[in-house]
Design a protein. Structure first.
Length: 113
């Protein structure tokens, strides 16, 4: 199939609303999907590092009072472009699946009884 579950697209989608650290990214994906999607650290951080290497996100160490600094990720312009591409790909995939799962009745099918 042309489109598979894509954690990188989900990360880009969550980061479009603002800068987040890793735990917040996973938490937002879970919240927005109403707990349907759960992302573990073993999946998330490799995806974040890959996105960073590709220049789609950038990371900054942010100091915290009384705690060690944490790495916060933000979407780059290239990341925004990739997110748009991923959306188009997802829409095409979803439309194709809907065409198969939710076919529109033809006039011949409508007359069956």
């Amino acid at each position: 199939m042309a489109f598979k579950s894509d954690l990188e697209a989900l990360v880009l989608g969550v980061l479009q609303t603002g800068d987040l650290h890793g735990y917040e990214i996973a938490k937002r994906i879970q919240q927005i999907s109403e707990r349907a999607l759960q992302v573990g650290e073993g999946q998330l951080y490799p995806a974040l590092h890959k996105l960073e290497k590709q220049g789609l996100v950038c990371a900054t160490w942010v100091p915290q009072e009384g705690k060690p600094p944490r790495k916060v990720y933000s979407l780059t312009d290239a990341g925004l472009d990739e997110l748009s591409r991923q959306r188009r790909s997802w829409e095409a995939f979803a439309n194709a699946v809907n065409a198969v799962l939710l076919p529109k009745p033809t006039s011949a099918e409508g007359s069956r009884g």
